[in-house]
Ligand binder design. Structure first.
Ligand code: HEC
Ligand code: HEC
Length: 348
């Protein structure tokens, strides 16, 4: 399966999701001349994308803004979602709160490990560059990148003032932001000493990328486990969870989780259908972009539909279930396709 095929399929799927015309679907190239698409980005385009501000402040544009200017920016462009003083937890987690003068001295926020019921941005963030960068690239949510650099300095200064990190008459600028970093309440909070497993004392996701002689054929098995003491800590999880949808809880004392309804990941057909991304448009038990596989099984019950369906999937097509077309599924080998179709025809 080539990357190009994947990219092409992604484009087709985006197309299906956006309900664009069938003509566009039919006219999409099949493996031809895609390498000729596009052009080299111009320096101006690269510059427009290259906006990250790093912890050493590389990438930070020049500029400055006062706390009081920041309050005007906040009230006009931020408060509607984040609350008047950055404390609202209605839309997303609050930005300000939970830090103390002692934290600013220590560089580690005590309430992170205490009884504070929620975590605010100022409690968590270790680098002021991240705060600046995030506001600059992503906020206001409804108009990202609409703020001038000076307004980003100003509104960052305002938030820092709400957290008592800088005084009310402060002007934040590219020249003094490094000093402000030395007052961030959680500046010493970045650590790898927080493994999920007690006593491990290290992050859980250490890995070294294979750079040479990597086995392309290795099958990756994604598993998720939880230590028994954690699993049963709150009683019968299965009984506490929703009984609808694909996710089921774990029965206390059970050696394996109950098989989720409709998703039997151990069945090869189901596994292949996920692997070949059929499940982006299909589910076994309900209609998505395409018909549910249970419906398909009902429709062809008692008929010898195996070969016709395999051909249809391979070639794509429309009309059997409505006007929405299925793009050709060229990437799936014949033997796997046979397995998947067999599985579909058994779906309930
Ligand atoms: C239309 C609603 C809306 C507006 C207006 C808005 N925000 Fe946000 N803000 C959000 C949402 C939603 C998130 C969380 C986004 C996410 O997690 O992807 C967020 C996240 C943030 C965060 C990161 C919080 C964290 O800890 O991850 C900061 C900082 C922030 N906003 C600052 C601002 C500033 C400054 C402005 C005004 C210039 C602003 N926001 C305007 C909705 C808004
Ligand atoms: C981009 C969305 C999309 C993807 C990806 C997709 N399908 Fe479909 N599929 C559809 C649509 C839409 C239909 C209905 C077509 C029609 O009405 O004839 C359909 C129909 C079907 C049918 C019924 C065909 C018939 O004539 O009754 C089967 C079986 C099927 N798909 C299997 C698969 C398999 C297997 C895969 C993965 C290899 C797959 N689909 C990937 C959208 C998709």
């Amino acid at each position: 399966m080539s990357m190009l095929t994947n990219a092409g399929r992604a484009a087709l799927m985006a197309c299906a999701a956006a309900l664009c015309g069938h003509a566009a679907m039919a006219a999409a190239p099949e493996g031809s001349a895609r390498a000729a698409l596009g052009r080299t980005a111009t320096p101006a385009e690269v510059k427009a994308w290259d906006i990250d501000v790093r912890p050493d402040f590389q990438g930070l544009p020049r500029g400055s803004g006062t706390v009081s200017r920041g309050q005007a920016v906040w009230d006009g462009k931020c408060a509607s979602c984040h609350g008047d003083f950055g404390e609202s937890n209605e839309v997303f987690s609050p930005i300000v709160g939970g830090t103390t003068a002692e934290d600013i001295k220590r560089g580690r926020v005590a309430s992170l490990t205490g009884n504070q019921p929620y975590r605010t941005t100022l409690m968590k963030v270790s680098t002021v560059s991240t705060l600046w960068d995030y506001i600059h690239r992503a906020m206001p949510w409804n108009a990202p990148r609409s703020l001038s650099a000076d307004d980003v300095y100003a509104v960052t200064a305002y938030l820092l003032n709400l957290g008592d990190i800088v005084p009310a008459d402060f002007t934040l600028s590219d020249r003094n932001i490094a000093e402000v970093q030395q007052k961030m309440p959680n500046r010493n909070g970045m650590t790898l000493q927080h493994g999920l497993w007690p006593g491990r004392g290290q992050a859980d996701t250490h890995n070294t990328a294979c750079m040479k002689d990597c086995t392309a054929t290795a099958t990756v098995k994604v598993v998720s486990t939880m230590p028994a003491y954690a699993r049963d800590a709150h009683g019968e999880l299965a009984a506490q969870q929703r009984t609808v949808g694909p996710t089921r809880g774990w029965a206390a004392g059970a050696s394996a989780p109950a098989a989720p309804a409709g998703v039997t990941a151990q069945v090869p057909g189901a596994q292949l259908a996920s692997q070949y991304q059929c499940m982006a448009c299909h589910a076994t038990d309900r209609k998505l972009v395409g018909p549910s596989f249970a419906e398909v099984a009902r429709k062809y019950k008692g008929q010898d539909a195996q070969d016709a369906l395999a051909r249809k999937i391979r070639a794509g097509g429309q009309g059997a279930w409505g006007s929405m077309p299925m793009p050709p599924q060229a990437q799936i080998p014949d033997s796997d396709l046979r397995t998947v179709v067999g599985w579909i025809l058994e779906a309930k």
